[in-house]
Ligand binder design. Sequence first.
Ligand code: ADP
Ligand code: MG
Length: 504
Amino acid sequence: MLDHLAFTAPKPKTIAGAKHDWELVIGLEVHAQVASNAKLFSGASTTFGAEPNSNVAFVDAAMPGMLPVINEFCVEQAVRTGLGLKADINLTSAFDRKNYFYPDLPQGYQISQLYHPIVGEGEVIVDMEPGVARRVRIERIHLEQDAGKSIHDMDPNMSFVDLNRTGVALMEIVSRPDIRGPEEAAAYVVKLRQILRYLGTCDGNMQNGSLRADVNVSICRPGDYEKYQDTQDFSHLGTRCEIKNMNSMRFIQQAIDYEARRQIAIVEDGGSVVQETRLYDPDKGETRSMRSKEEAHDYRYFPCPDLLPLEIEQAWVDDIKASLPELPDEKMARFVRDFGLSEYDAGVLTAEAENAAYFEQVAAGNDGKLAANWVINELFGRLKKDGDKAITDSPVSPDQLGGIIALITKGDISGKIAKDLFEIVYTTGGDPAEIVETRGMKQVTDTGAIEAAVDEIIAANPAQVEKAKANPKLAGWFVGQVMKATGGKANPKAVNEIIARKLN
Ligand code: ADP
Ligand code: MG
């Protein structure tokens, strides 16, 4: 399915109010917390929301003489993520010290991978709307430690430090500046998050900070990006500003929008954009300067003497590759192909792996489109009404929903009765076929019984019969009456046929 898509940007929007046409160029550095129970270089727990400073090993607190020991599980998750993004895996990578002072960083440096990251170039295909996709190139993924948290709002005179997060493993996923607008940036994060969740390498919880993005924004004149795209020559692009630590799709879009307008105003006014790090203030809807851009040499990077270069074996990488799940793009293409679904429906069903698995169980032995309709419209709608329940907590199992759909297909119940049945199963449980039997919900297909009901209504309404004979469109009134008389259980097809015959 993806092969026939044009990997072109939706025409970049020109910015209203500007004298010239401008386009946006955006690159994201996404920090994804590795879904690991232990930290990158210590055995301390990573549980979110624990008592402050309760998940801190000596090495996390930088006690003198403590040495980091690499957590193999975290390395495996980075490799898994790289493979999921179709990236090159570097069998040799190395850790560097990025030196800076901050109270929540007791070591005085962060262990990261600047010169030799574990993952090289890959890609994310970003779905913009059905039929329109964009290829965003991934430059690298490196492993690094998270810092702790400084808490400034608990006491008027003091700040506190919580080291629980210190040393937790992060994957920094760096994109090339291939993103061309605010919606595309959000769509990129959505897609990346979806892939990480499919892989199980990051829980993607943005509220808890498991996934956060530094957003780099610059502006250029039409045509400049294309020159960069083919050559990787950054001189074709404008000076960028980096907006730090964004953890909401909405704020990412608002911040980019504001930042683009700010930069255009500066340049059209004859000034030039200063490369710097900025923060987004959601209350004011503005970005403001945080610090001037620091360069690698400001951090005095050097290879971490406590850690040997990280060597992994191709056979191990191959094993991890063999264990990858089916990823969103492939699953979506298969749903379109095998179940005859629209791309839109397939997209909804594959947004989360759990939804897709549920759907597949419902669709087993049933019509795929009908199953998709029931899962998307009835089940998702009902779960949403029920306090936004997760599909994994659905009171209706896939077997039960499949059972309801099978009864419709067999003609045992009408679509309308099926909705009543669904509600009964949802609230009280039970086997759908048994409920239909015991509650007498079965559709009346016995034409004798339907005919009797039709005769009765025709006899009681001679005036309506005359009108309907003159205008066949009025036969619908009789259908309604018969349905009412049979409690909605008469087979609609049989009712229509019998009425048409009797009125002729
Ligand atoms: P640093 O680590 O110093 O922030 P990197 O070279 O790692 O610098 O790039 C960081 C991010 O900036 C990358 O995601 C890249 O795509 C993006 N980027 C680079 N140049 C531009 C530009 N002109 N406009 C927008 N984004 C850019
Ligand atoms: Mg950066």
